[in-house]
Design a protein around this ligand. Structure first.
Ligand code: AMP
Ligand code: ZN
Length: 113
């Protein structure tokens, strides 16, 4: 999608700090980190959110999930981490390209939100 921020980041048209890449997945540091480690994991192919995952495209999400433990290990998050994917307005999704936040590097607290 030509007007999608994360598609532009995947394409290299907007700079990012890459932490992982394979044929299907790109991961980069969040520009406004909410924890010592805050990484965004996105499929290279545009999917708007988890609300748009179907039997036809769920492999794109699966490739992201497979990348997450590799990234966490490389980042030294052996003590644990949190994964969040915001969906739509009530969740505060600001970028409409499926992404998983990896948050870690400190205890994330008992409260989910
Ligand atoms: P969400 O609110 O779940 O849609 O998350 C979007 C995330 O993208 C936020 O945590 C932003 O800080 C992050 N973000 C926005 N623009 C950029 C950018 N150019 N590079 C890295 N992260 C970004
Ligand atoms: Zn996109």
């Amino acid at each position: 999608m030509s007007d999608c921020l994360f598609c532009k980041i995947v394409a290299g048209d907007i700079p990012s700090t890459k932490v992982y890449e394979d044929g299907n997945v790109y991961a980069f540091r969040d520009i406004n980190p909410q924890a010592p480690t805050h990484i965004l994991v996105v499929p290279k192919t545009h999917v708007a959110s988890l609300d748009d995952v179907t039997a036809e495209n769920s492999a794109l999400a699966a490739r992201c999930l497979e990348a997450i433990p590799k990234i966490a290990a490389a980042e030294g998050l052996a003590n644990g981490y949190r994964v969040i994917s915001n969906v739509g307005d009530d969740a505060g999704q600001t970028v409409r390209h499926l992404h998983f936040h990896i948050l870690g590097g400190r205890p994330m607290g008992e409260r989910l939100v």
